[in-house]
Design a protein around this ligand. Structure first.
Ligand SMILES: Cc1cc2nc3c(=O)[nH]c(=O)nc-3n(C[C@H](O)[C@H](O)[C@H](O)COP(=O)(O)O)c2cc1C
Length: 182
């Protein structure tokens, strides 16, 4: 496996004194563009908010309190939004959330590759965010992503569930055995 996948982590400490150069922000957003999507529709939308501007303060205030505590040190907050209507056909796109999540994952991985940290959050007031930004009915905010340089912290020990919990061997519920477990 490429080491980048394990290097990426959702930390709680941002270096509040360091801003993200525009060239790096562009790399991170460009990576999000190159995710695959159903019919190539690219249903993701991102609202990029920089510290020092009203939009940032608003998004920060819409986070649940425990998220506000650490996210306030991130110089950029990005709202990811899924558009559930296909651009071309105007029909319902039931894969919009799936594709927007994939795009956000690309964004996070590029952040790590660029020496930054991206931490996604589902803990925010969705209805108020929709109202504030005037999102159309077909658009659902998926996450707020804090982006910046990592601060000083020892990341907690990260682990994943065993293979057999998430991967099945040709039948529903029949856990796939990791080579080591076999
Ligand atoms: C959709 C989504 C919502 C999340 N919401 C929050 C959140 O509200 N607050 C938080 O601290 N972390 C949140 N996380 C981060 C997860 O807790 C984290 O990804 C998970 O624990 C795995 O850790 P890792 O990203 O370091 O591998 C969220 C992640 C995702 C993908």
């Amino acid at each position: 496996m490429h080491p980048l996948f394990k290097e990426r982590y959702s930390g709680y400490s941002f270096d509040k004194n360091k801003t993200v150069p525009f060239s790096l922000l562009k790399d991170v957003l460009n990576a999000a563009r190159w995710a695959p999507s159903c019919y190539g529709d690219e249903p993701w939308r991102y609202i990029v908010c920089h510290r020092g501007y009203k939009a940032y303060d608003k998004v920060l205030s819409l986070l649940v309190k425990p998220n506000q505590k650490w996210a306030k040190d991130a110089p950029i907050l990005i709202v990811s939004v899924a558009n559930y209507i296909f651009d071309k056909t105007k029909k319902h796109n039931r894969w919009a959330g799936h594709d927007t999540g994939a795009s956000a994952a690309y964004l996070c991985l590029q952040a790590t590759a660029s020496g930054l940290m991206a931490h996604q959050m589902g803990g925010f007031n969705g209805p108020d965010l929709i109202l504030h930004f005037g999102l159309p009915d077909e658009c659902i905010p998926m996450a707020v992503i804090a982006l910046g340089y990592p601060g000083k912290e020892t990341p907690s020990k990260r682990a994943r569930k065993p293979f057999s919990h998430n991967f099945y061997d040709g039948a529903w519920g029949k856990g796939l055995k990791d080579e080591k477990e076999k």
